[in-house]
Design a protein around this ligand. Structure first.
Ligand code: UN1
Length: 510
């Protein structure tokens, strides 16, 4: 399946076959026009069961191949992602509404992850560790956990699946993947790439569908590791459930209520640039998007005037057009969620500075009247750490300006006063302030003089507190999909123990 959407319902990829199953169908929609793109089968418990069975039966043979042989399949996918960059970037944009440079960056991030995982096949995979006892050799070795269930979100419909699956597969696991229900077309194309790459039957399986299919994967005892990227609500449910099952592991990366601290020593051009990018790129629909800007009183008025001016004018429009900065929201229900958070901020006392929630008719491109349009919403509010609007993730172009007085300690205290801890940034020319933020901000991804979006795959990606556990993404996923064996071998003829433990066997005389 390529550029042209079709009438035919696309199925699941299970055990090396395309199957339709007996579930109902659903449609993928272009969020910029509201038009249907293509029809897909909705996965049922029976489809998931078949996929898990295929993954389980394929495991031993796949595990027994060398890292380098496994990675060969991934290199084919790497080349296909690069060769089809323009085409796939447009498909991402059509299906999830991100503007075209972001659609293409999603595909680029995917091949970066594949490159990292496949390249890593030729790198050392463990440690040689010293022993107290001269005659002993100790090693840390890794082995695959088994069947990995991958549940991925719509906002990075090509990159995030590879965050999970590239590493899981090269490490020797088999995979059952459910793409987001909003982006099944991207899911279909990724599955076709695995087929093109000749991945052995059952090693990679894809079941389209909704949360019920996802739950059928995560709840099944044949799944050894669950990798989840998505909402905090679903992620915590998975982590709770899986946490109670011995031997099973969940690595979940969830949302954020990310903040940027702009101190009295900030360069204002950098501050404005970083804040606009962080709040409005992807229409605020990144888990790393910023919804709080914590600004020192000495620079507050200047920052506010310049930020508001750009937020009033930032180009919302057709995501396929090169001059668009923000595309639409993903779906009608999400527009309603964003509306409810804008209303909540008002109810909690916001002074609204920019309200482009309802765009002017003239701002909506021709032929896009049924798209899910929203524009920036910017407010200032008297700081109170308990306000819901400062603690709950909206996942939209909705951002609070919070004025602070005092030192960097105060700014970081405000920054940390949310249940989340995914990404954050500080804008300052003072290295002591930067280092204080680096050491005390409660986040997994921290930036200085940059937006808090745009992480590269060779860094760990994940958060603290409510934002996640176990790093399901980018290079650190390796921890979630492998077991470690501490292997110690005796080269001497006698047994000698560490810690001064006696190795003598004492026999009682009577
Ligand atoms: C997400 O925010 O949902 O760091 C993922 C970034 C991207 C990934 C974002 N590499 O902005």
């Amino acid at each position: 399946m390529s550029q042209q959407a079709t009438e035919q319902a696309h199925g699941h990829y299970i055990g090396g076959e395309w199957t339709t199953g007996d579930g109902p169908t659903f449609e993928s929609e272009n969020p910029a026009t509201g038009e249907p793109l293509a029809t897909f089968q909705r996965g049922t418990a029976a489809d998931v069961d078949a996929a898990l069975e295929a993954a389980e039966s394929a495991f031993v043979e796949w595990r027994d191949k060398s890292y380098i042989d496994r990675a060969e399949h991934l290199w084919d996918i790497y080349h296909e992602l690069r060769d089809r960059h323009e085409e796939l970037g447009e498909i991402v944009t059509k299906e999830c509404g991100k503007e075209i440079s972001e659609g293409k960056a999603d595909v680029t991030e995917a091949w970066h992850m594949v490159e990292w995982a496949a390249g890593n096949a030729r790198h050392p995979h463990g440690d040689v560790v010293p022993s107290e006892v001269a005659g002993k050799d100790s090693y840390m070795r890794r082995k695959p956990r088994g069947v990995v269930g991958c549940i991925t979100p719509w906002n990075f419909p090509v990159a995030i699946p590879f965050w999970h699956m590239a590493i899981a597969l090269v490490e020797g696991n088999t995979v059952v993947w459910k793409p987001a229900e909003q982006t099944p077309w991207c899911g279909q194309i990724v599955a076709e790439m695995f087929e093109d790459a000749g991945i052995p039957d059952g090693v990679f399986n894809m079941v389209q569908g909704f949360g019920d299919a996802g739950a059928a994967i995560t709840d099944d005892e044949r799944v050894d590791t669950v990798l989840f990227t998505g909402s905090a609500e679903v992620g915590h449910e998975i982590a709770d459930k899986v946490g109670g099952e011995p031997g099973k592991l969940a690595a979940c990366e969830m949302g954020g209520k990310n903040g940027i601290v702009i101190t009295e020593h900030a360069d204002m051009d950098t501050a404005i640039h970083a804040a606009i990018m962080s709040s409005f790129k992807t229409t605020g629909q990144r888990c790393v998007s910023s919804e709080r800007l914590i600004v020192h009183e000495d620079v507050y008025d200047e920052f506010k005037a310049r930020f508001v001016d750009i937020a009033e004018n930032v180009a919302v429009g057709d995501p396929l057009a090169e001059d668009t900065f923000m595309g639409p929201a993903i779906e009608a229900d999400h527009v309603e969620k964003i509306r409810s958070y804008n209303d909540l901020a008002r109810e909690e006392g916001a002074n609204v500075l920019v309200d482009r929630f309802e765009l002017e008719d003239s701002e909506i491109p021709d032929g896009h009247e049924n798209g899910h349009w929203v524009g920036p919403f910017v407010y200032e509010i008297e700081y109170d750490p308990d306000l819901r609007c400062l603690n709950e993730e909206c996942f939209g172009p909705h951002v609070a300006l919070l004025e602070y007085s005092g030192d960097i300690e105060r700014a970081v205290e405000m920054h940390n006063a949310t249940p989340y801890g995914l990404a954050g940034a500080i804008i300052s020319e003072d290295y002591r302030q930067l280092n204080y933020f680096r050491d005390h901000a409660e986040v997994g991804l921290a930036y200085a003089n940059l937006p808090c979006i745009g992480a590269e795959v060779q860094l760990p990606f994940g958060g603290v507190k409510k934002s996640g556990n176990g790093y399901p993404s980018a290079r650190e996923a390796i921890e979630a999909v492998t077991e470690r064996t501490a292997w110690t071998m005796n080269n001497a003829e006698e047994i000698k123990m560490a810690q001064g433990l006696s190795a003598d066997i004492k026999i009682s005389e009577d």
